[in-house]
Design a protein around this ligand. Sequence first.
Ligand SMILES: [Zn+2]
Ligand SMILES: [Zn+2]
Length: 835
Amino acid sequence: MKIMKEDNKEWVYWTDKVTQEVKKRVENSPILKKTVKERGYIVYDEKTPSGKIHIGSARGWVIHDCIAKSMRQAGMNARFILSSDDMDPFDAIPKNLDQEKYKKYLGKPMIHVPSPVEGYKHYGDYYFRQCTDKFGEIGIEAELESTAKRYINGDFNKTIKIALDNADKIQGIYKKIYGKSVGSEKLPFNPICEKCGSIGTTVAYEWDSEKEIIKYRCVPGLVDWAEGCGFEGEISPYNGNGKLPWKVEWAAKWPTVGVVYESAGKDHFTLGGSRSISVAIACEVFNYLPPYPSTCENIGKGYEFFLVGGKKMSTSKGLGSGFVDMFDILPAYMLRFLMVKSRPETAIDFTPEGNTLPLLFNEFERVEKVYFGLEDADDRTRQNAKRIYELSSISEAPKKKPFRVSFEFASMIAQILPDENIVERAEEILAKIGQIDRKLTDSEKNNLEEILKYANMWAKNFAPENYRIQVIESISEDIINKLSSQQKESIMSLGNFLEKERKDKEIWAEINKLSEHFSIKPQEIFEAAYLVLLGKEKGPRLIPFIQSLDRDFVVEKFTLKNKESEIKIAETDDVINKKELNQQKITIQLENNVSIKEEKMMNENEMTKKLFYEDPYQKEFEAKVIEIQDTKVVLDRTCFYPEGGGQVGDSGEINGIKVINTIKEGAEIVKVNGQEIPSGGKVFHVLEFTPNFSSGDTVKSSIDWDRRYRTMKLHSASHIMEYFLFQIFGEMERLGTNVDNKKDRSDYGSQEKLNPEKLVEVEKLCNDFISKSKEIRTYPSTSNENIRVWECDNIKMFCGGTHVKNTSEIGKIRLKRENKGAGKERVETYLVESN
Ligand SMILES: [Zn+2]
Ligand SMILES: [Zn+2]
């Protein structure tokens, strides 16, 4: 690994870097200087409250909040303003609302649509406040605004006049950037129809700049989600009589509000996307330097997505990916931490299944320990941890490290103790194992209760089998028969050893000794212990687990004598009783060293070389085994693409053992020589069985090529599909994509239902383009080698998936639309087999 030159430079956290750059920019611009003097440094973000708000938007709010906080910490007078775009038309009725009742409001501005629940000013107010009511909990300090109110107060009057006076110039900008004109008779303004109240169906066609009157029509059939009434009228465009189209409005807000920083999701920052239009309008029409990260020359980069994945999340109705839903899965401080620690250019791919939650909690704890100087770290790690911890803290960072129990301890307790009085009983156990030597304060009790609640939720819904804990009462013949003679011998010896009180290290040493003595792997001893205690081959980390159980109970189990036939324990189906029984067996000695494995994982420098980027067509390879965790194998190089970026993980074979999936786990930011690499995670090959090879062995592997090749074709096709989809329907918010060997499905936030005829047109454009045998190139981005670019003809985007080299390999494709409801449209792409 190269030693980066920056090592010598003074280290600056990214939000502080942005802060410095914004300050410099303001100092160099007389207009901005004056604006800032009058109003402060305005960090601005906005959201259309058209329904339940996705967690992706909240990522933006946290980023903006962190920038404003960093500015204030640097002594700048910064304000974070979040505006609700409640003048936008109501264009889709969420599925859960009364369709008949709401139908008549389609097309009207959201401020004129009633709230679904009493106690809110209007529809937009309801959905906006569902989120903003949580701001205190998650530590977002924002001044909340209504965009409609600004229209009504006349704040936009000046920019409305400028926009209308420069309508031709704005048309020219659209034409230059989109390569086509957008309704040549249209003026950049949508009045509210005086007859029917709709703002979504009106077209302004004449502007009298002297009288300041606009002529408009309310056009039937203009959009398919609302009816136009046919009315023609004339009206002043000021004081809330209508609104600017959103890309013009975006640009108009900057000088109107005095914005110096506003980022947005990366989908807005695509070539020819909405940000480029708004930046051009701000520069050429409003004469205002667009907010950071944009300049008139370069629009800069937006932040990455917050993706929420996993089976549970997509199938269960109870758990969703809305901002508010996330509070069911993570406590507010952890949700904030997750967003703060992930740099904006890193996608957050959050899947609550598996060990995501324990890893996240452990990572938080490590950052906290480094912050309080309780754990060694190099300078840069320490500085980084300091900023992450400060910006993650809900109000101010605490003066001393708060008392915390580990997530694993909490999940073990949550599974073993009955729900009744769980906090008090957990506290008793903590005292017993020497974790506390005093009564917990009320706020500490609240924290304990909180983590137990989330650990319980996780254990019930998302925990992998090996985290599920249910101690068995007796050992069946079946279990005895599964053990080899060496396993029996070593377990019985271990039982003898445990008759005395032992420290963790002594148990480790003993297991190693037994493994040598009986010539079996330590892993086999672990397996035997799990079988005897839990009736299955896996469990929580063995030594803390053994230490947490009553010693006499473990010793007795390890004699292998308490079989069903010899000892009768009253069987009961009553779960609570079983829990009680378990609880009695637990005297618990759970030290906080449970995260050794994770720490090792985070600190390790070796990364798997990704052969699939060098040559996506390579099917076979030899590699060295770096690590084995049960059935999961890490190699020093691999052709297996790990699940991510919407693409399925590869399957195949390693040394003849089936690879059922390939996944990535671990931190999103990996540190190499003190340098943060925002890719991260280890590539795990998930085998069907525990492998018979070991770390250090060289293995032969091959991927399931047919499956991968079809996936490559479909992945490439999906980018082409999206390009033409946006050409025909306009740009839409990307909500998620998923591609495997059968189909690609891409979800978009769409204000209108995708017209099937137009989709046929998209399909035709795609197939024409594909048939022209265009070359496809993929390469690392110049700004960050961990981000990859996909390029074909004039289509260009960031994608880390695997793709074919030429469109001719794709063949013909077929598109299918699905309406997922609530403003969500799905487009599926299929390969048309030519046989
Ligand atoms: Zn009308
Ligand atoms: Zn791709």
